[in-house]
Design a protein around this ligand. Structure first.
Ligand code: SAH
Ligand code: DHB
Ligand code: MG
Length: 222
């Protein structure tokens, strides 16, 4: 088994079940064109996010880490007409690229891009008394994941879903001495999640076009 085979299977299965999509392809092309890093979720993973939104019947979504809006578009498309997605991005240039792609996807009405450090935006949402979210996707800077998870617990409705990307990081997550601050962030996040009695959670390891990584799926018990 090799990375090449995982990549080939990822492309083959995405070709069969995900397919080409002009809007999403354009969003990725716009990101590349603008020099954004190629770190969006893969097509198969994007469709997983889309399906989770639909299965869960989510109508309010919060995303941390917009990048060029690729995962945003996947999730926003799964919303009902009156659904809303708030996505948080530190970099104003990235947010501008994302906003243009979100508008091209016809989703500008449903999606709000908020620029600034995610922790500040999360605290602002709490302060504003924002309605609780049905699904929160944590995918910003990895070292801050523990802090984001704690704030997400406050912003999530009981019965809501918290998803965390990039938990595995090529397996670095199992190394207590890892020098990757992202891996250390994920270890601290897992410790918090393990000690949190209100959630029921599991990890999905993934391989494919984005290498070896994974998601944590956590249900906030009603
Ligand atoms: N969800 C995207 C990928 C996000 S990549 C997708 O799958 O399509 C991570 C993003 O988090 C980057 O765009 C980065 O600029 C942003 N980010 C980094 N630090 C941040 C912070 N402190 N607050 C908000 N966003 C941050
Ligand atoms: C990286 C990958 C991601 O999916 C992400 O959200 C942020 C960073 C990375 O490979 O560095
Ligand atoms: Mg990610």
């Amino acid at each position: 088994m090799s990375w090449e085979l995982w990549d080939e299977v990822d492309r083959y299965t995405a070709g069969m079940l995900v397919g080409e999509d002009e809007i999403l392809d354009q969003a990725l092309a716009a990101s590349t064109e603008a020099g954004l890093p190629p770190i969006a979720v893969s097509p198969n993973q994007g469709k997983l996010l889309y399906l989770l939104v639909r299965i869960h019947g989510a109508s309010r979504i919060l995303e941390l880490g917009t990048l060029g809006g690729y995962s945003t578009i996947w999730m926003a498309r799964a919303l009902p007409q009156d659904g809303r997605l708030v996505t948080l991005e530190l970099d104003p240039a990235y947010a501008a690229v994302a906003s243009a792609s979100i508008a091209r996807a016809g989703l500008a009405e449903r999606v709000q891009v908020r620029v600034g450090p995610a922790a500040d935006s999360l605290r602002a949402l709490l302060q504003e008394g924002a309605e609780r979210f049905d699904l929160i996707f944590i995918d910003a800077d990895k070292q801050s994941t523990p802090e984001y998870f704690e704030l997400a617990l406050e912003l999530c409705r009981p019965g809501g879903l918290i998803l965390v990307d990039n938990v595995v990081r090529d397996g670095a997550v199992v190394d207590p001495a890892s020098e990757d601050p992202g891996a250390q962030g994920m270890r601290r996040f897992l410790e918090l999640a393990a000690a949190e009695p209100r959630i029921t959670a599991t990890t999905i390891q993934t391989v494919g076009s984005k290498g070896y990584d994974g998601f944590v799926l956590a249900l906030l018990e009603p």
